[in-house]
Design a protein around this ligand. Structure first.
Ligand SMILES: Cc1cc2nc3c(=O)[nH]c(=O)nc-3n(C[C@H](O)[C@H](O)[C@H](O)COP(=O)(O)OP(=O)(O)OC[C@H]3O[C@@H](n4cnc5c(N)ncnc54)[C@H](O)[C@@H]3O)c2cc1C
Length: 445
């Protein structure tokens, strides 16, 4: 078998019958290094065609023109790469629970393969499709090096509890990807997608404009190569300096599946860049896969209720504490706080679709300190994160916000007003770590 069977999970009990195979591409929007696509290709074999479909949901919560623009540019590239292999690509708009079963009926498909995705909304789509299909629906985890369902059957407590589990299985799963074989059977002919018409017909929030990060698999691979050559060696010592530009800036490519995290892990593992290599693999594999673990096993991952009990208790005990400042979501959104450093972070995110990771922690913690309640702070931080970050609406966003505001995967610290025993951060701490004035000057406070 091309794909390790432990990556594959059946989502319904319907049979796989002879016929075309439909790969419902969703989280992993790429042609190369894609375990789901490889599995679908293998199931189709020489006798049946493989067809790839993407279901465009026109009103995905929080998504704006910035996100649709980046995603559609990447998908146009996928269509071209698949065409070169004789594999048809079909883009349909609508609710996956309706679109996918209809397409299966049109094609007479014998089975459907899709991507693993732990987010509640995506799991809901998959459940609807699984229920409606008369044929097998299989999920393949091509987003994690160690498949999320294999790492642990429960929500892990913290990085220190998931780390040994990932490290134990890492060698088994960190394998080179096979190439995707061209189509062997006669495939249904399919007119190419009219990308211009599709873009023109989009009715999405255009107030958040596209950014100049180039989308697609080639651009992602080039970004990875540049990072490994130029910055991985200094990643361990410089990654927490928002002025240094030392991190990979690959998160949007990972979010849209335009490059496999496993490709980045293979490149880092082969780089011989010592400490930088270990520090990068910790973020890329342990921290990122901890986020998938949390969202998979915690049905409240998108609300404050997903936080640990000790943190909810301490935040509640400090609910009535006076706030030094109290801002509305609009004031936060417009970068109109008293703090030039906070405003600069918000500006970086609004303009570029990316905020440095160290600033994300400070940014979210101050939203807690300057909002009227923890619930409002959570809603504001998640909404702004998902609206402006190109990598938003991701398990990492849910976890990052809950880590900052509500102690997820962390432990209690010294008690303070508003925060209770949730870990505190202040501007003085930032100034000890990096040149905050330079950051403010760059982004405007
Ligand atoms: C409040 C808050 C919100 C966040 N929102 C998001 C989000 O919406 N989407 C998102 O992808 N990340 C989010 N993060 C996690 C992290 O900040 C970003 O992944 C990282 O800054 C992206 O930059 P990079 O690709 O240069 O990272 P690098 O430092 O180069 O790391 C490589 C990869 O490892 C993963 N990674 C890095 N840091 C973390 C982390 N702390 N937790 C989990 N995975 C990590 C990412 O996939 C990243 O691309 C958030 C963190 C916080 C504190």
């Amino acid at each position: 078998m091309l794909v390790n069977p432990a990556r594959i999970h059946r989502l319904n009990a319907a049979p796989h019958v002879p016929g075309p195979i439909l790969y419902w591409m969703s989280r992993d929007q790429r042609t190369a290094d894609n375990w789901g696509l490889l599995h679908a290709r293998e199931l189709a074999g020489r006798d049946h065609p493989l067809v790839v479909c993407f279901c465009l949901v026109p009103d995905y919560p929080g998504a704006t023109l910035r996100h649709y623009d980046f995603m559609l540019s990447g998908l146009a590239r996928v269509e071209a790469d698949l065409a070169a292999l004789g594999i048809p690509f079909i883009l349909r708009r609508g609710d996956p629970g309706v679109v996918i079963p209809r397409l299966v009926a049109e094609l007479g498909a014998g089975g459907v393969v899709t991507d693993f995705d732990p987010l509640r909304i995506k799991q809901g789509w998959q459940r609807a499709v699984a229920l409606a299909l008369p044929v097998a629906l299989m999920e393949v985890d091509g987003h994690n090096v160690v498949p999320a369902r294999q790492v642990s059957p429960k929500q892990e407590y913290a990085a220190r509890t998931i780390r040994p589990k990932i490290h134990r299985l890492f060698g088994e799963y960190l394998e080179e990807f096979p190439a995707l074989e061209p189509q062997a059977a006669a495939a249904p002919s399919q007119p190419p997608t009219d990308w211009e018409a599709l873009r023109a017909g989009l009715d999405v929030d255009a107030a958040v404009s596209p950014v100049d990060l180039v989308a697609g698999e080639d651009a992602a691979r080039e970004a990875l190569a540049r990072f490994v050559t130029d910055r991985l060696a200094v990643y361990a010592e410089r990654r927490n300096d928002p002025n240094a530009g030392a991190t990979s800036r690959l998160s949007a490519y990972f979010h849209f599946g335009q490059i496999a995290p496993q490709r980045a892990a293979l490149a880092a593992a082969a780089s011989g860049r010592g400490e930088g290599q270990a520090a990068f693999l910790e973020e890329l594999v342990v921290r990122r896969e901890l986020s998938d673990n949390f969202c998979l096993h915690n049905p409240h991952h998108d609300t404050l209720a997903g936080a640990p009990v000790w943190a909810l208790k301490t935040l509640d005990e400090h609910r009535a504490d006076p706030r030094p400042y109290c801002y509305s979501r609009e004031e936060f959104e417009g970068a109109r706080t008293h703090s030039p450093l906070w405003n600069a972070a918000q500006n970086e995110m609004r303009r570029t679709g990316f905020m440095h990771g160290y600033m994300r922690m400070y940014w979210a913690k101050k939203i807690l300190e300057w909002s009227s309640s923890p619930e409002e702070a959570h809603a504001t931080a998640l909404a702004l994160n998902d609206r402006y970050q190109l990598d938003g609406r991701d398990p990492n966003g849910h976890v990052g916000v809950l880590w900052s505001l509500a102690g997820l995967h962390d432990r209690p610290w010294k008690t303070r007003p508003v925060f209770g025993s949730v870990r505190y951060m202040n501007e003085r701490g930032c100034r000890r770590k990096f040149d905050a004035d330079r950051y403010i000057e760059r982004w405007g406070g």
